[in-house]
Ligand binder design. Structure first.
Ligand SMILES: Cc1ncc(C[n+]2csc(CCOP(=O)(O)OP(=O)(O)O)c2C)c(N)n1
Length: 386
């Protein structure tokens, strides 16, 4: 028997509540998630729609600004809004969120001003937002070192457990952690190590893997011989696959597993099957490694158009969508204006974050540097100095 033929080949269908044409379906296998689905009504549906559209607007604005030389880089989340918006709404205020670098929807929903993304990718700040500021909803910093945030999250979740913030039975106090990472990251040692510790310590944690089918140019088929969610099962972590372009599945499944985590039932892994419609970043040309037909087939499963179809079937009319278009235009202009107004930091700021306490040698260097910079202020127009 060849090794490949020993691998089980049957997998449950990914959890889906909203079909690509926007029809609500309930299959008996997904019954455990029904209460979470049933907790949603028109207010939540329209909120999800608005958040997905806002995220796409941020993406378009960021991409345009990069193309005009105003940002150094932009990593688009176009196509991945369903899983992101659904899962972000499943997290409670007291939960902690560890992103990768394209979770623009998640940060938005946690309270981050998207201007922070622009500042970060304009290269004028190391972070873009303060994760300790309560208004940013415990949304940690973007992490470009692939997979390392899984370790940060697992360590944090171990701390939540040691602090007794799990399984007390108080739904407003019990905490969980959710960490976002990609299919490529799941091939990294850091993620495997995070799985080991999460399983051993039964951390209050959801691993939210966005399988957008590519790690830059490397397709999932090259990275793994089994569906990626099975990687979690090997570590003893309950794992489930969802239709990541279905915002309702994203919400219901994440809400259930975060509830389990807060209740002290340990970690779980959600593989959110989706597709990166745009480039990996604005430095990438995806036409070099994938076919247009493939992209088109995923555009037909777009998370926003399917929710629009569902909303229309629920009686939401043109006015709602027309008003949102105007709102998004204003939002984009405002974000663009504020980005262009961002000022570069003072070069002397670099001395502020070296040590936690003041340091005499560094203070001397900072004084010298400030004087040096000031010496240019009386430069004449021909470049010489007075
Ligand atoms: C430790 C490390 N190795 C390599 C890279 C270069 N790199 C940047 S993005 C990326 C692919 C990540 O793919 P995936 O985890 O699927 O996330 P996606 O970008 O598709 O959201 C790689 C290899 C990196 N940033 N960090």
């Amino acid at each position: 028997m060849s090794p490949a033929s020993q691998v089980p080949t049957t997998d449950a269908a990914p959890v889906q509540f909203l079909t690509p044409s926007g029809e609500l379906v309930r299959s008996a296998e997904n019954e455990e998630y029904f209460p979470y689905l049933d907790s949603l009504g028109e207010a939540e549906y329209t909120r999800f729609y608005r958040d997905m559209l806002t995220t796409r607007t941020i993406d378009i604005t960021g991409t345009n600004l990069q193309r005009q030389g105003q940002l150094g880089l932009w990593p688009p989340s176009h196509g991945q809004e369903g899983g992101q918006v659904g899962s972000a709404h499943a997290a409670k205020a007291q939960d902690h969120v560890f992103p990768s670098y394209r979770e623009h929807a998640v940060g938005l929903i946690r309270g981050v001003d998207p201007l922070g993304y622009m500042a970060l990718f304009r290269g004028i700040t190391h972070s873009g937002w303060d994760p300790n500021d309560p208004k940013n909803g415990n949304f940690r910093l973007y992490t470009l070192v692939i997979g390392s945030q899984a370790l940060h999250a697992t360590g944090y979740a171990m701390g939540q457990q040691f602090d007794g913030a799990v399984g007390t039975g108080n739904p407003d106090a019990d905490e969980a952690t959710i960490v976002y990472f990609g299919d490529g990251a799941s091939s990294q040692g850091d993620v495997s190590e995070a799985f080991v510790f999460a399983a051993s310590y039964q951390t209050p944690q959801v691993f939210f893997m966005q399988n957008n089918q590519y790690a830059i140019s490397v397709p999932v088929s090259r990275q793994s011989r089994t569906p990626l969610y099975r990687r979690g099962i090997g570590f003893g972590i309950p794992s489930v696959q969802i239709d990541g372009n279905d915002v309702l599945a994203g919400f219901a499944v994440t809400a259930k597993h975060l509830d389990d985590a807060r209740a002290g039932n340990g970690p779980s892994l959600i593989e959110s099957l989706t597709y990166r419609i745009g480039a990996h970043t604005t430095s990438d040309d995806p036409t070099k490694y994938r076919m247009n037909e493939e992209v088109e087939s995923w555009i037909a499963r777009d998370p926003i158009t399917r929710l629009e179809a569902f909303l229309r079937s629920q009686g939401i009319g043109d006015a709602f969508f027309e008003d949102l278009k105007v709102e998004m235009d204003d939002f984009s202009s405002d974000l663009r204006r504020r980005t262009l107004e961002l000022q570069p930091p003072s070069a002397n700021d670099m001395f502020d974050y070296v040590y936690s306490e003041p340091h005499a040698v560094l203070e001397e260097q900072a004084r010298w540097h400030a004087n040096y910079e000031a010496s240019f202020s009386d430069a004449t127009t021909d470049g010489s100095h007075a």
